[in-house]
Ligand binder design. Structure first.
Ligand SMILES: NC(=O)c1ccc[n+]([C@@H]2O[C@H](COP(=O)([O-])OP(=O)(O)OC[C@H]3O[C@@H](n4cnc5c(N)ncnc54)[C@H](OP(=O)(O)O)[C@@H]3O)[C@@H](O)[C@H]2O)c1
Length: 283
C-alpha cells in the first residue's frame, strides 16, 4: 500500500500517542493533534505534524483545523477519532452538565471532526474513518453509565455513517478495545463522581477503588492493539488478504464479554420468539 496520511485526535497519551509512533515507524505521514500542543512536542520531534485540536470546539473551529491538516500534506487518507475521557458515577449522582460534558467529547466531538473530514473524503472517493469505541459500547458496567452511554451512542451513529458512505469508496472501522494500559483511568483523566447517597455509598466507593486499582494495570498491551489497527487499515500483517470487518473488538476481555452478550441476545430471541413476533396487525 502507498504512503498514507493520518489525522489522529487525542495524541497526548495512550492509543493516540502510540498510533502516531507506529504510523511514523511504518513510513506513513502523521498529523498528531491535542488540545495542548506542549503535550505532543515529542511526537513533532519524531516527525509528525502537530496541530491544536480540542474536539469540544465549535464546528467552525474544527473545520479550520481540519483544513490546515489537509493543507499540511495535500490530503488526509485516514482519520482516527480517538480522543475521549471516562465519567464514572451513579445515575443519581451524575449531574446533567457532567453527562453533557461526557457526550460533548466522546460523541459530539467525534461527530464534528468527522463532518469536517467527510467532504474531503467524498470528493476524493477515498478515505478510511477509524473510530475508537469500546467494550463499553456493548456492555454498560454499573457506575460507568455516562461513558457506556457515550460509546453506545457512538456505535449507532457510526453504524449508520458507514452504510451512508461506503458507496463513496470510504471505509469505516469501529474498534472496540477492552481494558488497555493507557492514561484513561489515571487521576488526571478519569472524572469520577463518588456517591453522596447513602444507598449507593459503599458499592460506589468499591467501584471507584476498583477503577483506581486498574489504572495502568490493565491487561491489554496498547502497542499490540495499535499494531492490529494499523494492519486493519493498511490491510497488512494480520489483515493481509482478508476482508476487514466494519466492527473490530480488541482484547481477550472484549472477546469474552461481547461473546456472552451475543449469546444472551440469541437466547432471548429464541426463547421469546413467539411473543416477540406476535405483534403485527392481523392481515
Ligand atoms: N484504555 C482503555 O482501556 C480503553 C478501552 C476502551 C476504549 N478506549 C478508548 O481509547 C481511546 C483513547 O483513550 P486512551 O485509553 O488512550 O486514554 P488516554 O491515555 O486518557 O488518552 C485520551 C486522550 O484523549 C484526549 N482528550 C480528552 N478530551 C479531549 C478533547 N476534548 N479534545 C481533544 N483531546 C481530548 C486526551 O488529551 P488531554 O491530555 O488533553 O486530556 C488524551 O490524549 C478513547 O476513545 C477511549 O474511550 C480505551
Amino acid at each position: 500500500m502507498s504512503q498514507l496520511v493520518w489525522l489522529v485526535t487525542g495524541c497526548s497519551s495512550g492509543f493516540g500517542e502510540i498510533l502516531i509512533q507506529q504510523i511514523l515507524s511504518r513510513g506513513d505521514l502523521a498529523i498528531a493533534t491535542a488540545r495542548n500542543l506542549d503535550k505532543i512536542q515529542h511526537l513533532g520531534k519524531l516527525g509528525a505534524a502537530t496541530l491544536e485540536l480540542d474536539v469540544t470546539d465549535s464546528q467552525e473551529t474544527i473545520n479550520d483545523t481540519v483544513a490546515k491538516a489537509i493543507a499540511e500534506y495535500g490530503r488526509i487518507d485516514v482519520v482516527v477519532n480517538n480522543a475521549a475521557h471516562v465519567t464514572a458515577g451513579a445515575w443519581e449522582d451524575v449531574e446533567y452538565d457532567q453527562l453533557l460534558a461526557q457526550f460533548d467529547t466522546n460523541v459530539f466531538g467525534v461527530f464534528k471532526v468527522t463532518r469536517a473530514v467527510l467532504p474531503h473524503f467524498r470528493e476524493r472517493r477515498a478515505g478510511v474513518m477509524v473510530f475508537i469505541s469500546s467494550l463499553s459500547g456493548w456492555h454498560g458496567h454499573a457506575f460507568t453509565g455516562p461513558y457506556a452511554g457515550s460509546k453506545f451512542a457512538l456505535e449507532g451513529l457510526v453504524e449508520s455513517l458507514g452504510r451512508e458512505t461506503e458507496g463513496f469508496g470510504i471505509r469505516t472501522l469501529l474498534v472496540e478495545p477492552g481494558r488497555f494500559r493507557t492514561m484513561l483511568l489515571s487521576p488526571s483523566n478519569l472524572r469520577a463522581v463518588t456517591s453522596k447517597i447513602p444507598d449507593y455509598a459503599e458499592v460506589s466507593r468499591a467501584n471507584m477503588e476498583g477503577l483506581a486499582k486498574e489504572d495502568r494495570k490493565q491487561p491489554g498491551d496498547t502497542n499490540k492493539a495499535v499494531k492490529v489497527i494499523l494492519d486493519l487499515v493498511r490491510r497488512e500483517g494480520c489483515a493481509l488478504g482478508k476482508e476487514v470487518p466494519f466492527r473490530f473488538p480488541l482484547g481477550r476481555d472484549a472477546y469474552e464479554t461481547i461473546g456472552e452478550k451475543c449469546k444472551e441476545n440469541l437466547h432471548l430471541l429464541e426463547d421469546w420468539h413467539d411473543v416477540i413476533t406476535s405483534t403485527d396487525h392481523d392481515v
